[in-house]
Design a protein around this ligand. Structure first.
Ligand code: HEC
Length: 253
């Protein structure tokens, strides 16, 4: 029977090297989680990180612009005539031409909005005094661009492959049922592939954002489990299933 290396075959210096590596990776992972929280939390207008936030990050907020949202919501009361709301929303939908802006939109804004929304008003609100300024508030949010996703994908795949490979190499020195070990080393790779694929799918199908969250969570869980179980077996756990150890035990009985 071939002898596979286990932690009991590893020198103390090898185990110290493994431990420092695992601690550093674990810490890095915690920072990655914090980063995810800071970059996505609250996108849906509610505190905390939710599946909806992830959806907005990748798919965007369809057809919702800052100006449109304000006119549908709190700013509608500032219009002297309710039909002016539709005039502005139609102008956004129709492609935001500068000619129409000057002839139809600017007069509405000048009469109803710029007393608060201008630099002179000193209210710290986005100004609505020129075509360019108004355009700033009418960008449709289409989520992360494919170009930026491609950039993050290749960095993630290269970087994470190394992390998972080395953490997995250490983890296979554990004593446990081979089937559990085989599944545990494969799961994080499958999870990261699904995670990254689902970023792109979420750009097309917004409801897919829950797969991004589940796959990301699965990768984190399996990574954490490999790190913790490896450190436990390295320093605390004493293997007792070895035939040699067993027969020695019997001799001492
Ligand atoms: C009496 C002052 C006042 C008037 C008049 C007013 N606004 Fe506002 N507006 C505010 C304040 C205060 C806020 C920020 C608080 C909020 O979002 O409710 C705001 C927020 C906004 C925002 C959101 C800005 C952001 O950061 O996303 C938009 C867009 C907007 N207003 C458009 C308009 C338009 C269009 C009109 C004219 C129909 C208008 N406002 C008239 C005071 C005003």
């Amino acid at each position: 029977m071939p002898h596979y290396r286990r932690f009991s075959d590893a020198s103390v210096s090898e185990k110290m090297l493994d431990t420092m590596f695992l601690i550093t990776i674990g810490l890095g992972y915690l920072f990655a989680l914090t980063h995810t929280f800071y970059s996505h939390a609250g996108r849906d207008g509610e505190a905390g990180l939710s599946v909806k936030d992830v959806e907005i990050a990748y798919f965007g907020e369809s057809h919702q612009t800052r100006l449109g949202a304000a006119l549908n919501g709190p700013m509608s009361d500032n219009l002297e005539k309710p039909e002016q709301q539709a005039v502005i929303l139609d102008w956004i939908d129709a492609g935001k031409s500068e000619t129409t802006f000057n002839s139809e939109i600017a007069p509405i804004l000048n009469n109803n909005c710029i007393m608060c929304h201008s630099v002179e008003a000193e209210m710290g609100l986005p100004p609505l005094t020129s075509y360019k300024e108004v355009l700033e508030l009418t960008h449709t949010d289409t989520g992360a661009s494919v170009q930026s996703l491609v950039k993050v994908s290749h960095i993630h795949l290269f970087g994470i492959a190394f992390i998972l490979f080395f953490v997995g190499r250490i983890f296979i020195l554990c004593e446990m049922a081979p089937i559990v070990k085989r599944i545990t080393v494969v799961i994080p790779f499958v999870a990261i592939l699904i995670d990254i694929t689902s970023w792109y799918i979420t750009k097309i199908i917004p409801g897919f954002s829950f797969v991004v969250v589940i796959a990301g969570g699965l990768m984190g869980l399996s990574l954490a489990m490999q790190i913790l179980v490896s450190m436990y077996q390295m320093w605390i756990y004493k293997p007792r299933t070895d035939a040699h150890t067993l027969s020695e035990d019997r001799m001492h009985q």
